[in-house]
Design a protein around this ligand. Structure first.
Ligand code: ADP
Ligand code: MG
Length: 247
C-alpha cells in the first residue's frame, strides 16, 4: 500500500498536440481534504476527468488505494469508491427529492429485489433517504420535484445523491460555483461534515473556502504542478503569487 487514496504518477494528457495535463504526480492522503487550484485552463477539470476515467491519459499511471486503475472504466472507478459530484448532473428533474435519493441508495444496496418491493424495504429506504436529505438541509423539501429547486439547492441535492453512494473519496469540481454567499458557507459546512471519515479532492476558485477547508493544496499552472503544501505555504510562495497576480 502507498498510503494514498488517489495517486497519479507522471500523468499527461494531450489534445491534438496541446498538453492540458503535463507530467503531474499527485498524492492525495487518506482522510484529508485536498484542493486543486490554479488559473482557468490550468488543467484541473482534465485531472478530474482522468482520475475518474472520463478521459484516457496520454501517458502516466493512476492508482486508487494503491491499485492501478489506469485501464479501468468510469463505472468501475465509482464502484471502487471514488465518486464525482457536480458539473456532471446526477439529478432526475422529474422525481421528488426523496425519490432521487432512493434511486442513488438502491444503486449501492445489494438486498434482494423482493425486499425493496416490500413495505418494510420502502420504509428502510425512505428513512435513510430522509437522513441524507437532512445532512444537506433539504429535508423540508422531500416531496418537491428536483426541477422546482433553486440553483443552489439543486447543487445540494447533487451532493446528497453523491453521499448516498457512500463514497470513500469524493471528487468535487467547483462545488460553490454560481452560488451566493449564504449557500457558499452552507456548502463549506456540509463538505467539512461529510469529509469526516472520507477523503475529498476538490477544485475550487474561492480561495477563502480553500484556505478554510483544505489540509493540502496543489497549485496547477499550464497543466503542471507549480506548488504544493498547506494554504500558508502555497500562499507565501512567490511563484504562486505571481501566477495569481498575472492571471
Ligand atoms: P481548468 O479546469 O483548470 O480550468 P481544463 O482542465 O478544463 O482547465 O482545461 C485545460 C486546458 O485543456 C484548456 O486549455 C482547455 O481548453 C483544454 N481542453 C480541455 N478539454 C479539452 C478537449 N476535450 N479538447 C481540447 N482541449 C481541451
Ligand atoms: Mg474546470
Amino acid at each position: 500500500m502507498t498510503g494514498y487514496v488517489i495517486e497519479t504518477r507522471n500523468l499527461t494528457k494531450s489534445f491534438k498536440g496541446f498538453t492540458a495535463v503535463d507530467d503531474v504526480s499527485l498524492q492525495v492522503a487518506e482522510g484529508t481534504i485536498h484542493a486543486l487550484i490554479g488559473p482557468n485552463g490550468a488543467g484541473k477539470s482534465t485531472m478530474f476527468n482522468l482520475i475518474t476515467k472520463f478521459l484516457q491519459p496520454s501517458s502516466g499511471t493512476i492508482l486508487l488505494n494503491g491499485e492501478n486503475i489506469t485501464k479501468r472504466k468510469p463505472a468501475e472507478i465509482a464502484r471502487m469508491g471514488a465518486v464525482r459530484s457536480f458539473q456532471i448532473s446526477s439529478v432526475f428533474p422529474h422525481l421528488t427529492l426523496l425519490e432521487n435519493i432512493r434511486v442513488a441508495l438502491q444503486r449501492k444496496m445489494h438486498n434482494s429485489y423482493h425486499f425493496w418491493k416490500s413495505e418494510k424495504g420502502l420504509d428502510v429506504l425512505n428513512d435513510e433517504a430522509r437522513s441524507i436529505l437532512a445532512t444537506v438541509g433539504l429535508d423540508d423539501a422531500e416531496r418537491n420535484l428536483a426541477t422546482e429547486l433553486p440553483y443552489g439547492r439543486k447543487r445540494l441535492l447533487e451532493l446528497a445523491t453523491t453521499l448516498a453512494l457512500e463514497p470513500q473519496v469524493m471528487l468535487l469540481d467547483e462545488p460553490m460555483a454560481g452560488m451566493g454567499t449564504g449557500d457558499v458557507q452552507r456548502v463549506a459546512d456540509i463538505i467539512r461534515r461529510v469529509a469526516e471519515g472520507r477523503t475529498v479532492l476538490m477544485v475550487e476558485h474561492n480561495l477563502s473556502v480553500v484556505a478554510d477547508l483544505s489540509d493540502t493544496i496543489t497549485v496547477l499552472q499550464r497543466g503542471a504542478v507549480l506548488a504544493e503544501g498547506t494554504y500558508d505555504e502555497v500562499s507565501r510562495n512567490p511563484e504562486v503569487i505571481s501566477a495569481y497576480m498575472g492571471a
